[in-house]
Ligand binder design. Structure first.
Ligand SMILES: [Zn+2]
Length: 336
């Protein structure tokens, strides 16, 4: 199957978010070639489907994703459930994305390929999410960075080879408290679904900033508490890119009961005034320019009366309602 590529007019425009492969099976009834390839590929258990560009097709076999320039590749398991989408953002930078239909949102990480070393920015939700990342990284020395210790950013680490794991100091403390508690709760709520998850705590901690040398580029990590106390951002100055984790979100940020709005706004304002930042990539929602930082600042500052888009989905409608409740209830939140 390696290298087999087929084209099917019927599929054009039908490859959507999670569940797309199941839809594709239905569509494939109309296309014999597509049906045959999809069936064989699923038996092989390895299937890549680029989702943008002129020619939708399925390519199966051992992925050599690092050699391909297609903007997006989907990786599926043997049941046809899409696990990870890889987006080729720019040379040396891939974004890793997983849809979580049970949760109502998606999460995004990144793979940064420097000339000497690679960094995986967040390992997402499950070890299987990292399978295509192993191919991207290849034999490069690897470092892992946790943007913070929320479950959807750190549960995939066991799917990677052993590597140094870098995070803010408070991230390590969370591995002794809410991190195992969240895993136990989700394992109890969804039996069997999270059995493969192994909690892997950070090995290298920093309190304020830390710069990683990847060869031709650097990744500067900086503490930006707010969403959680251990949140960080990552600046790739050579590319003008800020990996923002959960410090900003599109369409609106997510507050927790212990969020400090004043520290959060202060941190975002610092980055909003930094002319090196040209592109802001959040873990949830669309990327944008520095205006994404400004929108988040305005939202946080104006709570509980923040303006929000009219077309919020269920997840963000509930998030906004919770943010409003927290902002009127919590003394900590009102310190902004
Ligand atoms: Zn998150």
């Amino acid at each position: 199957m390696h290298g087999i590529v087929r084209q099917c007019e019927t599929l054009r425009g039908h490859v959507g978010p999670c569940g797309a492969m199941r839809a594709m099976h239905g569509i494939a009834k109309h296309c014999t070639a597509m049906r045959n390839i999809a069936g064989i590929a699923l038996q092989c258990g390895v299937l890549w489907a680029p989702t943008r560009g002129a020619l939708p097709y399925i390519l199966s076999g051992v992925p050599q994703a690092q050699q391909r320039m297609d903007p997006a590749w989907r990786y599926s398991d043997t049941t046809g459930c899409i696990m990870t989408t890889l987006h080729h953002y720019r040379p040396g930078l891939w974004l890793t994305e997983v849809e979580l239909p049970d949760e109502g949102f998606a999460v995004r990480g990144a793979v940064i390929l420097g000339s000497q070393r690679a960094v995986v920015w967040d390992t997402l939700t499950h070890p299987r999410d990292m399978q295509p990342v192993r191919d991207l990284v290849g034999n490069r020395p690897l470092m892992v960075v946790y943007s913070h210790a929320d479950w959807d950013h750190i549960w995939g680490t066991a799917g990677l080879p052993p590597a140094p794991i870098i995070a803010h100091t408070e991230c390590a403390a969370r591995f002794a408290s809410d991190v195992p508690a969240t895993l136990h709760a989700k394992q109890a709520a969804q039996p069997g679904q999270w059995d493969a998850v192994r909690l892997v705590p950070p090995t290298t901690l920093f309190p304020q900033t830390l710069t990683l040398d990847l060869g031709d580029i650097t990744l500067t990590l900086a503490h930006l508490p707010g969403h959680t106390s251990d949140c960080i951002v990552g600046l790739i100055a050579e590319w003008g890119i800020l990996l923002a984790g959960d410090t900003v979100e599109t369409p609106l940020p997510f507050l927790n009961p212990d969020s400090s709005r004043s520290r959060w706004i202060e941190g975002l304002e610092m980055w909003a005034s930094d002319s090196r930042v040209q592109h802001v990539i959040p873990a949830h929602g669309d990327s944008d320019g520095p205006t994404l930082l400004q929108r988040s600042i305005a939202y946080l500052r104006n709570l509980p009366h923040s303006a929000v888009p009219a077309d919020l989905d269920d997840f963000y409608r509930e998030t906004h309602a919770a943010n409003v409740r927290l902002s009127t209830r919590s003394a900590t939140l009102n310190d902004g």
